[in-house]
Design a protein around this ligand. Structure first.
Ligand code: ADP
Ligand code: MG
Length: 147
C-alpha cells in the first residue's frame, strides 16, 4: 500500500474544503476508521487554514502545497506555504498562543493531538512547512508498534 498525491492550490479559504476532501479520499485507501479520518481532516484543515490566514495574511494569491503519502505504516502529510514564515516556532506551538487576539491559538494543539508526529520548519520571509504523520491501526495496535 504505497501511494502519493500532491496538489497545489491558491490561498483561497474555500480550498480548505478541497484539501480536506483530497486527504480523506487518500486516507480511505488505508486501514483508517471513519473517526481516524475525521481527525486527520481536522489536522489538515488547521494546517491549511494557517497557511492561508497567517502565511499569506488572507491574501488569495499565494500557493499552498499539500502532499499525502501512504505507506505500510500510515499516512504522512506535508502542508507548505511560501508566505511570511514563523519567527519563533516554539512560541507559536504553545497552547493558546496566537498572533491574532481574535483567534484561539489551538491549531497546533489539534495537529499534535490528532496526529502521531508533527514537525514544523519555517523561515521568516520564505515560508512554512508542516509535516504530520498518522499511523494506521491494525488489529487494535498502532502499525508502528505492530512491526
Ligand atoms: N503557516 C504559517 N505562517 C505563518 N505563521 C503561522 C503559520 N502557522 C501558524 N503560524 C503562527 O502560529 C500561531 C499559532 O497557530 P495556531 O496554533 O494554529 O493558532 P491560531 O491559528 O488560532 O492563531 C499563529 O497565530 C501564527 O502566528
Ligand atoms: Mg490556526
Amino acid at each position: 500500500m504505497k501511494n502519493t498525491m500532491q496538489m497545489r492550490f491558491l490561498s483561497v479559504p474555500d480550498n480548505v474544503g478541497l484539501a480536506r476532501v483530497a486527504i480523506a479520499a487518500l486516507a480511505g485507501q488505508a486501514p483508517f476508521s471513519l473517526s481516524d479520518i475525521d481527525e486527520i481532516k481536522v489536522a489538515v484543515s488547521e494546517a491549511v487554514s494557517n497557511a492561508i490566514i497567517h502565511g499569506y495574511k488572507g491574501k488569495p494569491d499565494g500557493w499552498v502545497e499539500l502532499t499525502g503519502t501512504l505507506d505500510k505504516l500510515g499516512l504522512t502529510i506535508v502542508v507548505e506555504d511560501f508566505g511570511v514564515g514563523i519567527a519563533d516556532i516554539e512560541q507559536a506551538r504553545q497552547p493558546s498562543f496566537s498572533s491574532d487576539p481574535e483567534r484561539m491559538g489551538l491549531g497546533f494543539v489539534f495537529m499534535e493531538s490528532f496526529m502521531h508526529g508533527l514537525h514544523v520548519e519555517s523561515t521568516v520571509g520564505k515560508g512554512t512547512r508542516v509535516e504530520m504523520q498518522r499511523f494506521a491501526t491494525i488489529q487494535g495496535e498502532l502499525s508502528r508498534d505492530a512491526q
